[in-house]
Design a protein around this ligand. Structure first.
Ligand code: ARG
Length: 267
């Protein structure tokens, strides 16, 4: 079955700015953020996904973005090493929670940043690791060592798409959504060479975080406002469930950033 870790938005807010979407002066509608988060959680449950919830912490407004906690592979938990001091204190809570759940804790060997599943996504058996803004290139090699597999590093160049999961979304059958302009030339070439079916997202829909979708088999939980890519996906046999995410977009996040994959159906 699929199982994800979520953190309720009790203390969520935009209190600092560490990416171009975040403007503390803009203000988050907190009640609306709570409703949007609950709707995401209900949709996951309705689609048969197991949902684990961790305790929110008052000092850490970005703790809701659990995708950045770690990369989980079976019983192994590779903890993040956050770039910004604004988020570094989150690690303690993620470690506590995932440790309690019995994961084997692994830290990558070296003094560099790695922001978990936000920058590390499996496309089939292949792990892609985005670097350039948060995760550093040294993480690619360190991941290879720990996981014993070859990892495909790709450089991100557009500050609005600072994590890999904001511009790249692997689906089944060698298909992936992506926003090519977010990658450098070599990264674009690599993705084009290795992934047989690529669905390019327009600049408008990329900006509404179309790539920040949660994939559950044939179902996709996608931020609303992405009709073009939804139409294409429907034609390929996927069901798209649009979700309002306005309040999380203000922090540079959406559906996918709000979950950490603990278990994947069939693996
Ligand atoms: N405000 C958070 C940050 O800038 C948003 C994190 C979004 N997470 C993600 N996996 N893309 O770190």
């Amino acid at each position: 079955m699929n199982r994800m870790l979520l953190c309720p938005p009790d203390y969520y807010g935009v209190r600092y700015s560490i990416n171009p979407w975040m403007d503390p002066a803009q203000g988050v509608d907190h009640a609306l953020a709570v409703r949007q988060w609950l709707a995401l959680k209900s949709k996951l449950e309705e689609l048969g996904c197991g949902v684990d919830v961790m305790l929110p912490q008052p000092e850490w407004p970005d703790l809701v973005f659990t995708a950045n906690a770690a990369l989980i592979q079976r019983q192994r938990c590779i903890l993040s090493q956050f770039k910004h001091p604004e988020r570094q204190g989150e690690t303690r809570w993620y470690r506590q929670r995932l440790g309690r759940d019995g994961y084997e804790m692994t830290l990558l060997d070296g003094d560099f940043c790695f922001e978990g599943e936000g920058d590390a996504l499996f496309c089939g058996e292949r792990l892609y690791c985005g670097h350039g803004f948060r995760t550093e290139p040294a993480a690619v090699e360190a991941l290879e060592k720990v996981l014993g597999i070859e990892v495909a590093g790709v450089r991100l160049v557009n500050p609005h798409f600072y994590h890999l999961d904001t511009c790249f979304c692997p689906l089944a059958d060698g298909l992936a959504l992506w926003y090519p302009d977010a990658f450098d030339r070599a990264g674009q070439e690599r993705v084009r060479r290795e992934i047989p079916h690529l669905m390019e997202v327009s600049v408008e829909e990329a900006g509404r975080f179309a790539c920040n979708s949660i994939v559950l088999g044939r179902d996709l939980l996608m931020p609303e406002g992405c009709p073009e890519v939804s139409r294409l996906l429907t034609r390929c046999g996927y069901r798209v469930h649009p979700l309002p995410m306005s309040e999380f977009l203000k922090a540079g996040g959406a559906c996918k950033c709000l979950v950490l994959i603990l278990e994947r159906r069939g693996g």
